[in-house]
Design a protein around this ligand. Sequence first.
Ligand code: SF4
Length: 312
Amino acid sequence: MKTSEIPVKHATRRYNAFGQYMKDLYREPVYKVNVDAGFTCPNRDGSVATGGCIYCNNDSFRPTACTSSASLREQIEKGIPYLRSRYGAEKFVVYFQPYTNTYAPVEVLERLYRDALDNPGVVGIAVGTRPDCVDEEKIALLEALARDSFVLVEYGLQSVYDKTLEFINRGHDYARFKSAVALTAGRGIHIGAHIILGFPTETREQMLGTADELSRLPIEFLKIHQLQVVKDTALADLYAGKPFATFGYHEYIVMLADFLERLPPHIVLQRLFAAAPDEILIAPVWSKTRSELLHDLDAFMEQRGSYQGKSR
Ligand code: SF4
């Protein structure tokens, strides 16, 4: 069973890392159990659009052993013993990861989320979704669950610029994201956002401006990664027809350091890099392991005297 360990080893990092945040909150490491609850996506099934976001190939972010063919309970019941025996883990967050994990009637969502929380050691859930796939009823459900558990809703945003959202066929604009955040805020639910840096529609300064823009919203968690062109996507076709610049390795490390300096210190970083499997990755190819990426970022920030929030 493939699961993801939330990084916890580097308490001295120069940014506010999720693993350390959870360790402080629960006084011990908290491990993530990724599950696929069998959702689809309104940007693929025609309800918003067909074809999906132009960069989207769910295989690039879905762990191979995390498939909807196993029931939710089975996935959790396999994932937890694995983490227990490998890491001595005792506390877990169940991460509803692929596609749009609020895209079902609220009764179905309630059963799934409660099933996840109903496991010894599970302290909370993280729910990845789209900002156009929540409403008052669904947020009220998450609010009720958040009274007793850690509940994080992670909104895919990708860009704060409408021209980019249109380019990537996101199917919603930035205003929609802001209204979802407003609906969620102040109700005990943790709010996260996903963004991608490197779209050819944005200048470097615009990418950095994303940090300033997000800092004005009640967002507590952020996932960032470099744009990756992966096989079997519309972006791959575009790239083949007219290649555009993607981040070089060192260039992205510098970009991240600059971005983190402009980000308020309270925002918790859940992810800083993407790592699509080699067999589907077209560009950029860095051939670095996750620990190399994190190490090199730490080393660069230390050398530069850089830390999250420094430029605010
Ligand atoms: S919203 Fe998510 S799952 Fe749906 S097409 Fe876009 S990236 Fe893929």
